[in-house]
Design a protein around this ligand. Structure first.
Ligand SMILES: [Zn+2]
Length: 297
């Protein structure tokens, strides 16, 4: 048996042209959330303790797999999916396209962007939702619906897609595609630039109601959009914010502003608001996460 393996290995070695390292296709990072997934309209579908959750997590991996198919259609060499919703254990590992790898579980230092670095060529936001205070949009919120009313960086209010795109931008990686409801797609184009490709799977009529586009059509659109986006990635600029970074967080209640003040450098600017600054965006983002964790105390 060992001899047979040695022979097979030798055949493969001979088949590879000497001195020519095989050029792999682009490396793509997918951050997958749940509110913008086809079929999802309510927290009873996005909470792991809900009876409807099983169906929604299946739709989630189906949307993500459609995106993966499109990325491979365009020649992707490596795809890493970071499960980015709540428990971050929504995608069942054996349901994901077996050619992609999965980052599962929480907590993770960079949360929805855990795993990103400068080795990637492109980022996809799948199943994303609009920022807190958007309507009509399914389950609009920013990171934590129970605590965060608004997050501003250098005066600009940002949704999760913006905060996360700036992490990708820190590593000079462009966000090439966003999928979600029509309102979220519009918000993404306005924020991240016209070069971004978007694919809507549903149109919200309110925070908890939407018309789903026909499933077959929606999944075909996800696949085609992913292919289109990766093929044009070189024409899409990374989303980069200019340092230094002033973070302002407005909480839902004044009580939520209290515990974040325990962190060095965090100041109260109004009964419900805090601010802090950072010269490095990743450090600022981590401090932001710490304030949100403390706000929920
Ligand atoms: Zn989510």
């Amino acid at each position: 048996m060992a001899r047979m393996i040695a022979v097979i290995c030798a055949v493969f070695l001979l088949a590879a042209p000497a001195g020519l390292a095989q050029k792999k296709g682009p490396k793509v990072f997918i951050s997958a959330d749940m509110e913008g997934i086809w079929g999802v309209v309510h927290t009873n579908q996005t909470s792991s303790d809900s009876a409807e959750y099983g169906a929604a997590r299946k739709w989630m991996v189906e949307d993500v797999n459609a995106v993966i198919d499109g990325l491979f259609d365009a020649g992707a060499g490596e795809i890493v999916v970071n499960d980015s919703h709540a428990t971050m254990r929504n995608i069942q590992a054996d349901a994901l396209n077996p050619k992609a790898s999965l980052i599962s579980g929480t907590p993770k230092p960079l949360s929805m962007m855990q795993g990103i670095d400068a080795s990637y060529d492109a980022v996809v936001f799948a199943g994303y939702h609009a920022r807190a205070g958007t309507a009509p949009a399914i389950l609009d919120h920013t990171i934590s619906g129970g605590t965060v009313r608004a997050i501003r960086v250098n005066g600009q209010e940002l949704p999760e897609m913006g905060l996360n795109a700036a992490i990708a931008g820190y590593y000079k990686v462009p966000v090439i595609l966003l999928t979600g409801d029509t309102e979220t797609c519009g918000q993404a184009s306005a924020l991240l630039g016209a070069g971004l490709v978007t694919a809507a799977v549903k149109e919200a009529t309110g925070r908890f109601a939407a018309r789903m586009f026909p499933r077959e059509e929606a999944r075909a659109r996800l696949r085609a959009a992913a292919k289109e986006a990766l093929l044009k990635k070189d024409g899409i600029a990374p989303f980069r914010l200019a340092p230094p970074f002033m973070f302002d967080v407005e909480w839902q209640t004044s009580a939520q502003a209290e515990m974040p003040l325990l962190l060095p450098g965090v100041k109260r600017t109004a009964p419900r608001s805090i601010s802090f600054s950072a010269t490095d965006y990743i450090e600022g983002f981590k401090l932001l996460r710490a304030t949100i964790a403390l706000a929920a105390y």
